[in-house]
Design a protein around this ligand. Structure first.
Ligand code: DP6
Length: 347
C-alpha cells in the first residue's frame, strides 16, 4: 500500500514523488452549475473553435451541478476517465481527453490524468450536462496544472469543450459574447446571483437520450432561411433581456425568452433535415404556462433547449405553487428544480 505500515504523517520531503502524485493532496476538485439560456445560441461561426453564431444570455443553476476531480499521474500512459464511478464510454472519454489535451498544451505538459466526474442530476433530463461538465473540467484542470487563469480565459477555454460551458464559469446572469475568433468569444457576468432570486423548474416530459445532440444540430443552421430572420430579431431581444435583468422586469424577460425559444425551435424545425424536439408534453406545458401568466397573473415563463423538456422560470416565492401546477399536468413525468447559482469553483 502507498503509506505502508510506517507511522504517518512524514515530512513531505521524505514522501516519494510518485506517492505525492496519487495522494489526495494532489487531487483537484471543481464544481460548476449548469445554466439555462433566456436568449440562446444556435449555429456556430467556427465549428472547431465552437464560436457561436450569436450572443446568448443565461442564468447559472446553483443546485444542478457537475463535480470533477483530477489527479495528475506521471506514470500513466493514457488518461483514465470515470463518469458516475464507472469507466466512461468511448465518446464521453474522447471529448474529455481532447479538452485535457488543449489545456495540457497550454501548460506545456503531457502528464496524464485520472478524471472522476459526476452530476447531481440525471442525464437526459434536459439539463445541460456539457455546460456544467466542461466548466468543471476546465476549472479543475487549470488549477491542477497551475495555470493561473482569470474567468475570461477560463470561459474561453471552457467554450472549446462546449459552447454553453463558457457561461457556466460565471455565476448569476451571464452573457456569452459570440465574438469573431478564439480570443473574442467568452462570457461575462451581467449581474451576480444575489441580484434577483429567479429559479428554474425543469419539467421532464421525455427522459430518453435525444436522437440529435446540439453539436450535430448546430451544423444545420445554414439550411433554413428562418435562421437569418431570427438573427435580425436577436439584437432587439438581447437588449430587451439585458435591460429586463437590470430592472428585474419579469414581464419583459418572459416575453423576450419565450419569443427566442420559439424562434430557435422554428429554426430547428425548418432545417434540412428538420429537427423536431418537441413532444406532446412540451406543447401542453407551453399552453399551461402562458395561461398561468396571462389569465392567473403568475410570474412564470418557459424556455426550451435542444430537447423536449421545458424549463419553467419563476421567482423563488412562487416556486412551490408553480411546481405543484407543473407536477399536476398529465404529461409531466418528473420535476427537478434549482435556484440561481454561483460561479464555478474549486472545492
Ligand atoms: C440550444 O453548448 O450544447 O442549449 O458546443 O456542441 O456542446 P456544443 O453546444 P451546446 O449548445 C447549446 C445550445 C442550446 C442553446 C444555449 O444554451 O445557448
Amino acid at each position: 500500500m502507498l503509506l505502508g505500515s510506517e507511522s504517518f504523517p512524514k515530512p513531505l520531503s521524505q514522501i516519494p514523488y510518485r506517492c505525492m502524485l496519487i495522494s489526495p493532496i494532489m487531487k483537484t476538485t471543481a464544481r460548476a452549475g449548469s445554466n439555462i439560456a433566456f436568449i440562446k445560441f444556435w449555429g456556430q461561426k467556427n465549428q472547431k473553435l465552437r464560436i457561436p453564431e450569436n450572443n446568448s444570455i443565461s442564468m447559472t443553476l446553483g443546485n444542478l451541478w457537475t463535480q470533477t476531480s483530477i489527479s495528475l499521474e506521471e506514470d500513466l500512459h493514457h488518461d483514465l476517465i470515470f463518469f458516475e464511478g464507472k469507466e466512461a464510454s468511448l465518446g464521453f472519454s474522447k471529448r474529455v481527453v481532447q479538452h485535457l489535451d488543449l489545456i495540457r498544451s497550454m501548460a506545456n505538459t503531457e502528464s496524464k490524468a485520472i478524471v472522476e466526474t459526476r452530476n447531481n442530476f440525471p442525464m437526459g433530463a434536459g439539463i445541460a450536462s456539457s455546460a456544467s461538465g466542461f466548466a468543471a473540467l476546465t476549472v479543475a484542470a487549470a488549477k491542477a496544472l497551475m495555470l493561473n487563469w482569470d474567468s475570461k480565459k477560463l470561459s474561453m477555454i471552457a467554450r472549446r469543450g462546449s459552447g454553453s460551458a463558457a457561461r457556466s464559469i460565471l455565476g448569476g446572469f451571464v452573457e456569452l459574447l459570440a465574438g469573431i475568433d478564439d480570443d473574442t468569444s467568452y462570457a461575462t457576468q451581467i449581474q451576480p446571483e444575489t441580484h434577483w432570486d429567479l429559479c428554474d423548474i425543469v419539467a421532464i416530459v421525455e427522459a430518453d437520450e435525444k436522437e440529435v445532440g446540439s453539436s450535430e444540430g448546430h451544423q444545420l443552421f445554414k439550411t433554413t432561411p428562418v435562421h437569418s430572420a431570427r438573427l435580425n430579431k436577436l439584437h432587439h431581444l438581447l437588449a430587451m433581456t439585458r435591460s429586463a435583468i437590470e430592472r428585474k422586469d419579469f414581464a419583459s424577460l418572459a416575453k423576450a425568452s419565450e419569443q427566442d425559444a420559439i424562434m430557435m425551435h422554428a429554426v430547428m424545425m425548418t432545417s434540412d433535415p428538420p429537427l423536431f424536439y418537441w413532444e406532446p408534453g412540451t406543447i401542453e406545458l407551453i399552453k399551461a404556462i402562458r395561461t398561468w401568466r396571462i389569465r392567473d397573473g403568475l410570474p412564470v415563463f418557459f424556455t426550451i433547449d435542444a430537447g423536449p423538456n421545458v424549463h419553467v422560470i419563476t421567482i423563488e416565492r412562487f416556486r412551490n405553487e408553480i411546481e405543484k401546477r407543473v407536477q399536476e399536468l398529465p404529461l409531466t413525468k418528473q420535476v427537478i428544480s434549482s435556484s440561481i447559482g454561483e460561479s464555478a469553483r474549486i472545492i
